[in-house]
Design a protein around this ligand. Structure first.
Ligand code: NDP
Length: 317
């Protein structure tokens, strides 16, 4: 019989996956504790309207949806901690995790729902102007670019959504994409194409973010754009640079402990949330490199809760 932990279920992460796992395990009287992490509510907290989450005919704002999910989980007794887990030890039972204030928690099961974070281009000048003109969140920072010129990098739904949103603030939005084909869904792409404030620069990448640093105050003045076909570099004046090129899973703290692919997505058994360690389950964007939708995250969160519940039952819970 494995040694029992202080808690039956620990959930790491509070996007739709973590909160759905919390709703299910709380309703099963498993008294889950949830670690909210660096971005409580996850990526939907920085999204505008969610139009494709079933049940909301007219759409719903991301933060509102997460607030409802959290309250639903709390109604059944789930308890939230506003801490980040940055270390785990799953080598023996009970499973052990440590929060950023060094507190140790133990549990019989752990559900990993840490989601993913925005990716950046990785060029030096991008880092240099981060927070001073470079951003990965239009809903957070769009307001600062009122009547100014901005560029958005990417060819997926996020880039289209960010570009559309930014037209409410900026005087001009240029969407920069490295090829001619788009990953974005037709509906989002068409909406962007029809928006008179959005211009497209295709087969183009940012070679350098250009700016000034006057009296210690950094600001962006433009970007050097490179045409990937001709190699030609041209200067494009703008005040804001929004990077919307996808996400990477928040799983670095699990490296060497759980199996993951080369990008960092956690590997689970087919049609299950089970990792290679008994009692440890993975769900949401930390585990799903294919669908990455709020609704699929919620679905896999539900799977993780049921898998954890069945394991606890087998332990005689
Ligand atoms: P995607 O992976 O779909 O798209 C990323 C885009 O960034 C691609 O066009 C890619 O180019 C480009 N890119 C990647 N790396 C670089 C780089 N280093 N330099 C330049 N360009 C780069 O990510 P998204 O975040 O757009 O979308 C993720 C998921 O979320 C999707 O499933 C999407 O449907 C969903 N989503 C849904 C929304 C909605 O329904 N309202 C809103 C936002 C997202 P390339 O195509 O050449 O690889």
């Amino acid at each position: 019989m494995p040694q029992r932990g202080q808690h039956k279920v620990i959930i790491i992460g509070t996007g739709p996956a973590g909160l759905t796992a919390a709703i299910y395990t709380a309703r099963a009287n498993l008294e889950p504790i949830i670690f909210e992490g660096a971005q409580p509510g996850g990526q939907l907290m920085i999204t505008t309207d969610i139009e494709n989450y079933p049940g909301f005919e007219k759409g719903i704002a991301g933060p509102e949806l997460m607030d409802i999910m959290r309250k639903q989980a709390q109604r059944f007794g789930a308890q939230s901690f506003f801490k980040t887990i940055n270390k785990v030890d799953f080598s023996s039972k009970p499973l052990r995790v440590w929060a950023d204030d060094n507190t140790e928690y133990t549990a019989d099961t752990v559900i990993i729902a840490t989601g993913a974070s925005a990716r950046y281009l990785g060029i030096e000048s991008e880092k240099n102007y981060m927070g001073s003109g470079v951003s990965a969140c239009a809903t957070c920072d769009g307001f600062f670019f009122r009547n100014q010129r901005v560029v958005v990098v990417g060819g997926g739904d996020t880039a289209m959504e960010e570009a559309n949103y930014l037209t409410h603030h900026a005087s001009e939005v240029t969407l920069i994409h490295r090829r001619e084909g788009f990953r974005a869904s037709n509906i989002m792409l068409e909406r962007a194409k029809k928006n008179p404030k959005i211009k497209f620069a295709l087969n183009t990448v940012i070679d350098e973010v250009v700016g000034s640093n006057e009296n210690g105050r950094k600001s962006v003045t433009g970007v050097n754009l490179k045409n990937v076909k001709t190699g030609e570099i041209t200067f494009h004046p703008c005040e804001g640079v929004f990077i919307a090129i996808g996400h990477e899973p928040n799983t670095k703290f699990l490296k060497g402990i759980l199996d993951m692919d080369e990008v960092g997505y956690l590997k689970t058994e087919k049609s299950s949330s089970k990792t290679k360690i008994e009692g440890v389950y993975a769900c949401g964007d930390a585990q799903d490199s294919v669908y990455r939708q709020a609704i699929t995250a919620a679905g896999t969160g539900c799977m993780a809760a049921i898998d954890a519940e069945r394991y606890l039952e087998s332990m005689g819970e």
